[in-house]
Design a protein around this ligand. Sequence first.
Ligand code: ZN
Ligand code: FE
Length: 256
Amino acid sequence: MSALKIKQIPCLSDNYGYLVHDPQSGQTTSIDSPDAKAILAALREEGWTLSHIWNTHHHFDHIGGNAELVKKTGCKIYAPAGERKMITDADQYVSEGDQVSLGAFSARVIETPGHTLGHACYIFDEEKSAFVGDTLFSMGCGRLFEGSAEQMWDSLSKLIALPDDMLIHPAHEYTADNARFAASIEPQNQDLQDRIKQVADLRKKNQPTVPMALGLEKKTNPFLRADSKVIRANLKEEGSPDAAVFAHIRRLKDSF
Ligand code: ZN
Ligand code: FE
């Protein structure tokens, strides 16, 4: 089986679209549809035909290109069942534990409510590639527009359980801003300081800072580090449950 191909597409001001392609079957899925024009141009560049869109959640910068892409390519839309009321044009709705296939490849759906109530992620376990929409960012996480901190903590815990070499593909380039916040929460973290330098170098060259390995995220992302003794001491949350520490960090970020 030839390897899965992934193409990252900068869209709008700070979104990333992703095309995932199986050379064997010729099937290609677009993870969300931030910008139909940019996605069509990327398809042309690669000589790929769009067979699917897999939506993560209902925000416009994730579904805005759905209608145009269906019109131009006849692709099928898969969307999270929990977003059914907001994403009404899907051909298939997917839920926790479902497997969605792309040729001979298969991705597992996990539901990650918090940013929106029906948000879902698509995990290629074998190929170590996770498409996480607006749930997890490099050194950050999605804002709680619809869900509670407890829900988001449960959702992030599902991602934390993935292997360290899982490559996380988030839908936005927010890393430099997130890094400043992360440093304010855990200035003592040397891995974080190293990552911040690396991110600054990449952004200076206008290069993406994602995808990123989950293992590095676990060492540097304060939202995944609710169990860190240092963070707990910094926030005076020594005895609190992990979800409460996470909620505290999220509140601080909202007003950072
Ligand atoms: Zn969103
Ligand atoms: Fe978004």
